[in-house]
Design a protein around this ligand. Structure first.
Ligand code: AMP
Length: 249
């Protein structure tokens, strides 16, 4: 079976993002960009399924500007066999991405699509669910383990106070949680090898998808700055402040 892994180019998780002065968005000029961390887990999961003999091919897919090809190359270095780049400079919201992915799924016919549970830039946590709905496929979100047996995927999900284990008939959508795996370290030889792997580029037009936005972002604001703390002399002073200033005890 073919497995597709969706990867998004986002601001690196170590970067402290800054809101633009006019509050229209986040400043990404000259900022380090990387693959969304949950998507690295998705590519690692797809690669492990191939290594275990469950998948015949792993296709990494991204939607975004020409620079997103770097993200695909990272996916190829982790272990994907080929990349699919849906190239657009348009602002993409989750519904548009889900429609683009649906069109790609119709072309490629994977049996399993693995996405991150959320992109750390928009924190939407919607794309996998929307894709499952558009395709009318079963979905398992926030997976912490995936097992494949024939035409069935068994997925473990962490829920409040325990684990939920569910079975899905393939084809299906899975979104990754942090504990699913620890993505491998990408080595120099694998980066070199990835340079030779094929990447196809198509546009939303080629796929017959209009990626128009549906939501209007009104403004972005920085969180309020935290007040500096004070050091108290002893426990009695702390209790006094909690009682008489903060009035929490
Ligand atoms: P979101 O719904 O935006 O939080 O994103 C959830 C997941 O959808 C991400 O972890 C990716 O796997 C996938 N995704 C979102 N945007 C894109 C994109 N532009 N290209 C490829 N995959 C994406």
């Amino acid at each position: 079976m073919k497995v597709m892994a969706a990867v998004k180019r986002v601001v690196d998780y170590n970067v402290k993002v800054r809101v633009k002065a006019d509050q229209t968005g986040v400043d990404i000029a000259n900022v380090k960009m990387s693959m969304n961390p949950f998507d690295e887990i998705a590519v690692e999961a797809a690669t492990r399924l191939k290594e275990a003999g469950h998948a015949s091919e792993v296709i990494a897919i991204t939607c975004g500007p020409v620079q997103s090809i770097e993200t695909l190359r990272t996916a190829l270095a982790i272990g994907a066999d080929r990349g699919l780049h849906i190239q657009t400079d348009a602002e993409l919201q989750p519904l548009a991405v889900a429609k683009l992915l649906r069109a790609a799924v119709k072309r490629e016919q994977p049996q399993l699509v693995i996405l991150g549970k959320q992109a750390i830039d928009d924190d939407a946590g919607q794309t996998g669910q929307l894709l499952a709905a558009l395709l009318d496929w079963p979905q398992a979100t926030f997976a912490s383990a995936i097992q494949i047996q024939g035409d069935v995927a068994t997925v473990t999900r962490e829920v409040d106070g325990g684990l939920e284990v569910i079975e899905l008939d393939l084809p299906a959508i899975v979104t990754t949680d942090l504990r699913l795996n620890k993505p491998r370290h990408v080595t120099l030889p694998s980066i070199m090898k990835a340079k030779k792997k094929p990447i196809d580029t198509v546009t939303p037009d080629d796929l017959g998808v209009d990626p128009a936005t549906r939501l209007k972002m009104l403004r972005f604001v920085e969180p309020a700055a935290r007040k500096a703390g004070v050091r108290v002399a002893d426990v009695a002073a702390l209790v006094d402040k909690l009682k008489n200033e903060a009035k929490v005890i």
